[in-house]
Design a protein around this ligand. Structure first.
Ligand code: TYD
Ligand code: MG
Length: 458
């Protein structure tokens, strides 16, 4: 047995340090190192499957190498949208972390998946969040009756894994990682050491049995799953619910995927009967009133591998005191600051004395530069208190010298706009296709000033 040594574990990232320091050398967080008796707890990568006497592994390495080649093909989750985000179905032996705010629909989604898979193979749904009766009731209410779905109202991970092994489960759901614990680990459920060891144990279990594991993780105030980033390093795939709490639409994004593309999106609507897939996601984001108000511009984004119409809203308001506020929701706030400078220098509009707010309606995160032009048009529209035509769409990157630059998939975006009934597109000149698109007037612009003039006149 290894000599018990005292290590320090960062509460923010889970990284280990030999000695105490004021700042975590791995993630830079202050005052986050906590003392841990290394000998008292099984270490990631050395508890099971590890040969005795083997040196401990590096803290962030996955516990076991992935023997994916020999594994059977993927299986369906029962939800085509989710399958797509996973890269074409569930990979046996893979571990997927599903994060999101409380009440967003994590349990609902995984219960639906569990029931669907259980129609063909054994499934274990371990719930430490709710009682077995509660989950059973919900399953019945959702009309999910699957003979091979076993519910385990358990928080002891050893027990859960024993049951999953017994059942020869094709799928194991752990709802949630914050409620399970390993008796061998001293800290309480939800603590960094527990989260880390439980997740490692689940990864080992998945790799050694071929059972696919879904782990639910609540998002903390800081926006990270369960606090420590280490969970994201350990698992194969990380999915996040990304939605407005007020909206009934739900978006699931893959932020990490060893078996598929990242930033794929799945669209659902929360209904009485659980989560339903949304066939035409553009419609979600475009529930605009008949009379469009100043500050609203529709952009054609490209998210999750397809064009998507989203409404961008801008609000500028004369500042009353202090420093002007710049708030971006669903957009990069540094980029917003840069765009404001460009708007001043090259668009002739100064917002120095204004509070500025920019928002993507529907809770989507738009992380592409194609939103530059629509954001600036929305702000100009708000500043001038003039609405843009409701049938207008825009997209385009804006550079520091005021040039409007083309974005990828221009023609695909324009076709989607036409399909959704838009009549005018204000886009980068280099994105204007050679052949006309039926029903759509395409106006190409080369500079920001031109775009502002085109939209509002001189
Ligand atoms: P839930 O899956 O329990 O969220 P999480 O596990 O992420 O905390 O979803 C909770 C919400 O979803 C709850 O407010 C009720 C709502 N809901 C529906 O609207 N329809 C349904 O069929 C179900 C099961 C839940
Ligand atoms: Mg839940």
């Amino acid at each position: 047995m290894a000599r018990p040594t005292i290590a320090y574990v960062c509460a923010a990232c889970g990284g280990e340090s030999a000695k105490w320091q004021g700042q975590c050398p791995q993630c830079g967080e202050w005052n986050s190192l906590e003392r841990r008796e290394a000998g008292a707890a099984p270490r990631a990568g050395s508890a099971a499957g590890g040969k005795p006497g083997r040196a401990p592994r590096a803290p962030l390495a996955p516990a076991v190498a992935l023997p994916t080649e020999g594994l059977p093909a993927r299986f369906g989750s029962g939800l085509a949208e989710l399958d797509r985000v996973l890269g074409g179905g569930v990979v046996p032996g893979s571990v997927t972390l599903l994060g999101g705010d409380p009440g967003i629909g994590k349990s609902t989604l995984l219960l639906q998946v569990a029931a669907s898979v259980a129609a063909e193979a054994p499934v274990l749904y371990a719930t430490g969040e709710e009682s077995g009766a509660q989950v059973g009731l919900r399953a019945r209410r959702l009309g999910l009756g699957a003979a091979q779905l076993r519910l385990a109202p358990e928080t002891d991970l050893e027990e859960i894994l024993a049951q999953a092994r017994d059942a020869r489960a094709r799928l194991l759901v752990v709802d949630s990682i914050q409620t399970v614990q390993l008796a061998a680990v001293a800290s309480s459920a939800g603590g960094v050491a527990q989260l880390r060891e439980c997740a490692s144990e689940l990864v080992r279990f998945a790799k050694s049995t071929g059972t696919a594991v879904f782990i639910v993780g609540h998002v903390t105030k800081e926006g990270a799953i369960a606090g420590p980033r280490v969970l994201e390093h350990l698992v194969d795939t990380v999915l996040y619910f990304e939605s407005d709490a007020g909206s009934r639409f739900r978006i699931v994004r893959a932020t990490k995927n060893r078996f598929g593309a990242v930033n794929e999106l799945a669209f659902f609507a929360m209904t009485e009967g659980g989560l339903r897939e949304v066939a035409n996601p553009s419609a979600i984001f475009l529930a605009r009133p008949e009379q469009v108000a100043p500050g609203s511009v529709v952009m054609v984004a490209r998210e999750g591998g397809r064009p998507l119409l989203v409404e961008i809203q801008g609000l500028v308001d004369p500042m009353r005191f202090g420093n002007p506020r710049r708030v971006a929701q669903g957009l990069d706030s540094n980029r917003l600051s840069m765009l404001l400078a460009v708007l001043h220098r090259h668009g002739g509009l100064s917002l120095q004395d204004h509070d500025v707010f920019a928002n993507v309606v529907g809770g989507l995160d738009v992380r592409e530069t194609g939103s530059d032009l629509p954001v600036l048009l929305a702000l100009a529209s708000s500043l001038r208190d003039r609405a843009l035509p409701e049938t207008l769409v825009a997209f385009g990157e804006v550079g520091l010298t005021g040039e409007v630059r083309p974005v990828a998939y221009g023609e695909e975006r324009l076709r989607e706009a036409a399909k959704q009934g838009f009549r005018v597109a204000l886009v980068p000149r280099d994105n204007v296709p050679r052949r006309a698109i039926d029903g759509l007037v395409i106006r190409g612009v080369g500079r920001l000033a031109e775009a502002v003039e085109d939209a509002f006149g001189r």
